[in-house]
Design a protein. Structure first.
Length: 86
């Protein structure tokens, strides 16, 4: 995971992780069979948190800069000699 300087990014990211964890628990827990409504609601919460983070990142200058830095890193990364002819 990349380090994010933006507080809102951090908050949204933390919220997303919590909802994902909560959803996973609901899915795997025994009560998923008993109460699919709760699991479904948690899935909605998770999607909402995901959307909130994505929408914020569209307008967040720090996130945009981080994305660019990530891509620059990809381009600059040394290419591993995966298939060298012998
Ligand atoms: Zn942000």
């Amino acid at each position: 995971m990349k380090v994010m300087d933006c507080l809102e990014c951090k908050d949204l990211d933390r919220a997303l992780k919590l909802t994902i964890a909560s959803y996973m628990t609901a899915r795997s827990a025994a009560f998923y069979r008993v109460c699919t409504d709760i699991a479904a609601k948690k899935e909605v919460d998770m999607e909402r948190a995901k959307t909130a983070l994505q929408e914020h990142r569209l307008v967040c200058p720090l996130a945009i800069r981080t994305e660019l830095a990530d891509h620059a890193g990809d381009f600059c990364a040394p290419v591993a000699p995966a298939s060298k002819p012998d």
